[in-house]
Each structure stands twice: as structure tokens, then as C-alpha cells.
Design a protein around this ligand. Structure first.
Ligand code: DCP
Ligand code: MG
Length: 487
């Protein structure tokens, strides 16, 4: 028998537990940007129709007294480890699947702890008394049904689907309850008039495979209650990803590229921290109208450097026609394996192999600096964070502007001349060449100074031909002390 344990409104319950003022109130846990989305909502907030992934502004519209609490991931990770420790007291076969859920195979634990319901009740009791939190547990002969069962009587539920009850439950089970059903599969099943697993039973395996691919074959098995997946104790994570909702929707390819690089580096760092390598890279884009696409690619040899991940992510990104503005961008990796597993190298190393290895060495060195001195000591020049700074001394208004200059602007010369002009004007910031041949400059100073520099960009240095100048006000002022040339 398999147990699936899932915490109730996890992040919110932890915060309500730790702050008595939040008890019985509609609470959402949310990032801090103005466009943040809800991570989770307390059950009180859910009564207003508020749910995970809902933009905060919408949640506020639904409930005027909503309490917004910032995410404290470290705390939730700590509590998560405590929960997993409780479950592990009852079975050696525990598979944590996310921060707040785990499977436990309790087949061989009857003599020690009693039948599955008794074990589930003890786990619930310990989580309540030791951690002051509630969870919901599903018990079933197979994994996928245990997960469905844990969701049936939330919060604080305990649902047992016995072998005898399985056929009846399967028959009426709506297919959207099965994890892994994407919108495309849903559409195709709609065409076939499939709404429940009972409907799936009307078709044979070949037909479903033809119509729905690999997923069709799995669906066929599930419809008859067959799920051969086991509880995997090795807590190797299946995927690692990093994504952000942008501060403002963008259609700027270069900006998107920088964001992809930042995510790729973060994912690479996570991989190396866990001594893992990946062989599949994916990107996720949500557009301004909330439509979402994902693209992924398997790569020949496992990698763990941010640069290698970025390379694949960028080539995936370049194939996506950008007809709408981007709202969210993310990079993820999967097909993970331990970095220690020896990899068969081809006799002739593939092109770029040496460079790939060099990047891994650079990344590992940077990891060590991070560990020792904190996150922002070393950052690729293109990703230098633009941290908000108070107004300049004396309370003078400062303005920051990013300028992109396209044309035959003759890099070195243009940069030197920009430096001189900027020093003369007294602005701070930087100028640098971009990979596409354009020049990027960021100026910070009084609005007058910035306007002067912007004008200067149009005329440019003598002998340079400026075709197009794109300016953009920057929301936060960068921490510049002088004006510099960046490479
Ligand atoms: N989470 C998140 N963003 C999402 C979904 C979830 O950050 N889009 C986080 C917050 C949740 C936690 O993961 O607290 C666990 O996710 P669940 O789907 O299990 O949701 P909850 O535990 O919050 O609620 P439920 O009682 O429905 O399980
Ligand atoms: Mg949960």
C-alpha cells in the first residue's frame, strides 16, 4: 500500500502557525514585485476564490482584507525536512516529491506500526503535535491513486481507496485529476469525448498511443488501475528550474537573453551544489496574454555549467516567434544524474568540448566565491544587478536611462568618446558593446545631465554612423560611482 502525504496550504499554514495574528485570516504568501503571483493562499483566502499562481492584484480585488506575507523559502525548506523526518520514522521507503508532499510505501510496515490507515493516522498525529501543522493523506494500492486520494478530502483529510473500491473510483475519475495531463492532451481527449478514466476504458492501447503518443499508453494502463511506478527512495530530484515574472512585459530580445542567462546560471549553480549534471534543457515563456509555451531539447552529453545550459536555452528561445510581449521567462533542466557517474566520451571530443570544460571550471570557482563571500561578489558583466539607491547626496533628483545605439558606431572609438563626454557631463554609469554590434550605455545623473548624454548618443562620436537610438527609463538607479567602459 502506498501513502501520499500532502501538507495543507503549506506556506500559508507555516506562517499562520508562527504568527498568531494571521490565524483564521485570509492570507496569501507572495513575492514582493508589484506583478507577483500568489504562491499559496490560506483556506480562509480560498473562500474568496484566491488560488496559487493568481496575480496578486487580482487576489486583492477579490478580498479587501487580504493579508500578504512574503515568501520565506528557507523556513519552508526547514519545515519540509522535519516533515520528511516524521514520515521516515514509519517507513524506510519515502520519496519526497516536492517541498510539501511525499510518497511512502508502507507495505512491509504492518507488524511494526499496524495497517496503512493506522500508520497514516500516526503520521498525521505526529505532524500535528510536533510541528503544529495539518496534512492530508491518501492511501491506495498504486501511486497515482494515492495522490488523487490525498486531494479528495482536503484539508486535514484521510482517504483510503481499497483494491475493491478501485474500479468504481477509476470509472468516474475526471482525467484532469491525473498529473501530467497537458492542455493539448485535454483538447484531444475532448474530441474523443473522454472525460473520465471510465471513458478511456472504451479504447484500446494502440488507438490511444496513436492519438496521444506515450501519454496515451500510460493513460490506458491507469484507466485499468495499473501503475508500475514505484516509490523511489533515492531523493534524486527530477528537475531543477528557475523562472521570474518580469517587472514589466518585454519584447526586447536582448533583455530576454540576459534574463535567460541569469536563470541558466542559477540552475547550473543548483546542479553543481547537488553534484548533478543534466541532459535536457527547457525554457518556459508566458506571454502578456497569459498564454504559455515550453520548449525542451535533449543534449548529447550531460552538462552542469550555466554557459552550456544557456547555449541550449538560447537556441530554443531563438526558435520561438515573438509576436507578443513576454511576461514570464524560465529555464529548467531535467534528465538529471549524479556528476560522479562516468560518462563515455567519444574518441574525438565534440566541438566546443574544451570550452565547455573551461566554463565548468570557471563556474566551480565562482561557486566557491559565492559560498565564501555571498551571492553578488562575482556576476557576469551583462548581469550586473541594478540595485535601487536613494537619491544622490543633497537630495538632487537622479534619473537613470538605458540607451541602445545601433549603427556603425565603431566600438572602441565610440566607447572612448562616450566615456569622455560622460565624464565632462558628470553622469555615472557605463558603456559597453553588445554581441549584436550595438552599443549599450547606462547614464545616471540629474535629468538635465541624462538628457544631454542622450542627445550626445544621437550625434555620437565623430566618424560614427548612428542609425537608431532606443532609450528606456530605468525603474531603479544602479549603484555607480563613476562612468566606466565595460567589456
Ligand atoms: N507553490 C508555489 N507556486 C505554485 C504552487 C505551489 O509557490 N503555483 C508552493 C506554495 C505551496 C506549496 O508550494 O504552499 C505546496 O503546493 P501545493 O500545491 O501542495 O499547495 P498547498 O500546500 O499550498 O495547498 P493544498 O492544501 O491544496 O495542498
Ligand atoms: Mg500541499
Amino acid at each position: 500500500m502506498i501513502l501520499h502525504i500532502d501538507m495543507d496550504a503549506f506556506f500559508a499554514s507555516v506562517e499562520q502557525r508562527d504568527n498568531s495574528e494571521l490565524k483564521n485570516r485570509p492570507v496569501v504568501i507572495c513575492g514582493s514585485s508589484p506583478r507577483a503571483v500568489v504562491s499559496t493562499a490560506s483556506y480562509e483566502a480560498r473562500q474568496f476564490g484566491i488560488h496559487s499562481a493568481m496575480p496578486l492584484f487580482q487576489a486583492r480585488q477579490r478580498c479587501r482584507n487580504l493579508v500578504v506575507v512574503p515568501v520565506n523559502m528557507e523556513k519552508y525548506a526547514r519545515v519540509s525536512r522535519q516533515i520528511m523526518a516524521v514520515i521516515s520514522r514509519f517507513s524506510p521507503l519515502v520519496e519526497p516529491v516536492s517541498i510539501d508532499e511525499a510518497y511512502a510505501d508502507v507495505t512491509g510496515c504492518r507488524t511494526l506500526f499496524g495497517p496503512p490507515e493506522a500508520i497514516a493516522m500516526q503520521i498525521k498525529q505526529h505532524i500535528l503535535t510536533d510541528l503544529s501543522l495539518t496534512c492530508s493523506i491518501g492511501i491506495a494500492p498504486v501511486k497515482f491513486l494515492a495522490k488523487i486520494a490525498s486531494d479528495m478530502h482536503k484539508p486535514d483529510g484521510l482517504t483510503h481507496i481499497s483494491k475493491e473500491q478501485m474500479p468504481a473510483v477509476l470509472k468516474d475519475l475526471p482525467i484532469e485529476k491525473i498529473s501530467g495531463v497537458g492542455t493539448r492532451a485535454m483538447k484531444q481527449m475532448g474530441v474523443l469525448n473522454i472525460r473520465t478514466l471510465g471513458d478511456v476504458q472504451r479504447f484500446d492501447a494502440d488507438f490511444l498511443s496513436r492519438k496521444l503518443g506515450k501519454f496515451g499508453a500510460r493513460l490506458f494502463e491507469l484507466s485499468w488501475g495499473i501503475d508500475t511506478s514505484r516509490v523511489e527512495t533515492r531523493s534524486l530530484r527530477k528537475s531543477i528550474s528557475s523562472e521570474t515574472t518580469l517587472a514589466a512585459d518585454t519584447a526586447d530580445f536582448l533583455e530576454a537573453k540576459d534574463i535567460l542567462l541569469a536563470h541558466a546560471r542559477r540552475v547550473g549553480r543548483d546542479l553543481r551544489k547537488k553534484d548533478l549534471v543534466c541532459q535536457n534543457v527547457a525554457i518556459k515563456i508566458t506571454f502578456s496574454d497569459f498564454t504559455r509555451i515550453t520548449r525542451s531539447r535533449k543534449i548529447d552529453a550531460p552538462v552542469c555549467s550555466g554557459e552550456a545550459i544557456f547555449h541550449v536555452a538560447l537556441s530554443l528561445f531563438e526558435q520561438v516567434p515573438l509576436k507578443k510581449k513576454i511576461r514570464l521567462l524560465g529555464v529548467g533542466v531535467s534528465h538529471l544524474q549524479s556528476a560522479d557517474i562516468p560518462v563515455q566520451m567519444p574518441l574525438i571530443p565534440p566541438a566546443g568540448h574544451r570550452i565547455k570544460k573551461q566554463w565548468e571550471t570557471v563556474d566551480r570557482a565562482v561557486d566557491q566565491i559565492y559560498e565564501k563571500f555571498g551571492r553578488d561578489m562575482v556576476t557576469p558583466a551583462v548581469l550586473k544587478p541594478m540595485t535601487a539607491k536613494p537619491l544622490a547626496k543633497g537630495g538632487k533628483m537622479t534619473q537613470s536611462m538605458k540607451v541602445l545605439i545601433f549603427g556603425k558606431v565603431q566600438g572602441v572609438f565610440f566607447r572612448m568618446e562616450t566615456l569622455k563626454a560622460a565624464q565632462k557631463t558628470g553622469v555615472t554609469g557605463y558603456v559597453r558593446n553588445r554581441a549584436d554590434g550595438s552599443v549599450e550605455a547606462v547614464f545616471q545623473g540629474t535629468p538635465d545631465q541624462v538628457a544631454q548624454m542622450e542627445k550626445w548618443c544621437h550625434t555620437g562620436a565623430p566618424a560614427s554612423r548612428v542609425d537608431r537610438v532606443v532609450t528606456e527609463d530605468m525603474p531603479s538607479a544602479p549603484d555607480f560611482r563613476a562612468f566606466e567602459i565595460r567589456y
